[in-house]
Design a protein around this ligand. Structure first.
Ligand code: PEP
Length: 241
């Protein structure tokens, strides 16, 4: 399976900034072969999808609502994302789990909604620094997998240690390998398609460390925050594949 390099643009940039970033990535990609995904803010998905049309670069959302429709002021459904050209949606990012109090059960409901609308969910899991210091990382991530994926998950999992997100800190290669092996074992044990589920690593991935991280067993790509906001940096990570 080709690696998937996914950029999470979070709440950055106005439409013209995102359009320029999308053009820069499209222009620089050439015939590089990884699967590439960008997840702009909701309001810019249509513009970015139009710029990337025919490029092979996929577009995704950063969240969706758990319900198909209804009286949920300010919310965006999975079908609305699909309607704008999205193929993927990031769910259960640690920033949403912290800022919006999203639980595993809510993430599982969103996974169901995303799949029903034809989107591929990317479910984020990962431990805090305190949990790792206490040796609880496997218990925490195991619990998140059990609670967030549902019974027949066929999307993508992103392992993102919270303490590595946006901090420049990265786990050792041995720790990344060990957590990815643990996640694979949990997926195989609990999911009918567990052996084939792609597992991304996320947390301070940069052009300078991507090659080493992306060759770790069971690392099927990267979810990239900060470095996905600069076309040359994101392309550097793609080239590292
Ligand atoms: C993220 O927020 O998903 C992320 C991985 O961010 P960064 O690459 O900036 O650590």
């Amino acid at each position: 399976m080709r690696p998937l390099i996914a950029g999470n643009w979070k709440m950055h940039g106005l439409t013209e900034d995102s359009a320029a970033l999308a053009r820069g990535i499209r222009h620089g990609l050439g015939d590089l072969s990884p699967e590439v995904l960008v997840c702009p803010p909701f309001t810019q998905i249509a513009a970015v999808a139009a710029i990337l049309e025919g490029s092979g670069i996929a577009v995704g959302g950063q969240d969706c609502h758990a319900r198909r429709l209804g009286p949920h002021t300010g919310e965006v459904s999975a079908a609305m994302l699909r309607d704008l050209g999205a193929a993927y949606v990031i769910l259960g990012h640690s920033e949403r789990r912290a800022d919006q109090g999203e639980t595993d059960a809510l993430v599982a409901a969103k996974v169901e909604a995303a799949v029903a609308a034809g989107l591929i969910p990317i479910v984020c899991v990962g431990e805090t620094a305190a949990e790792r210091a206490a040796g609880e990382q496997e218990a925490v991530v195991g619990g998140q997998l059990a609670g967030s994926l549902g019974a027949e998950f066929a999307g993508v999992v992103a392992y993102e240690p919270i303490w590595a997100i946006g901090t420049g800190k990265v786990p050792t290669i041995a720790d990344i390998a060990s957590m990815h092996a643990f996640i694979r074992a949990e997926l195989v044990r609990a999911q009918p398609e567990g052996a084939g589920i792609r597992i991304l690593y996320g947390g301070s991935v940069k052009p300078g460390n991507a090659a080493e991280i992306l060759t770790v067993a069971e690392v099927g790509g990267a979810l990239v925050g900060g470095a996905s906001l600069v076309a040359e940096d994101f392309l550097g990570i793609i080239r590292a594949c």
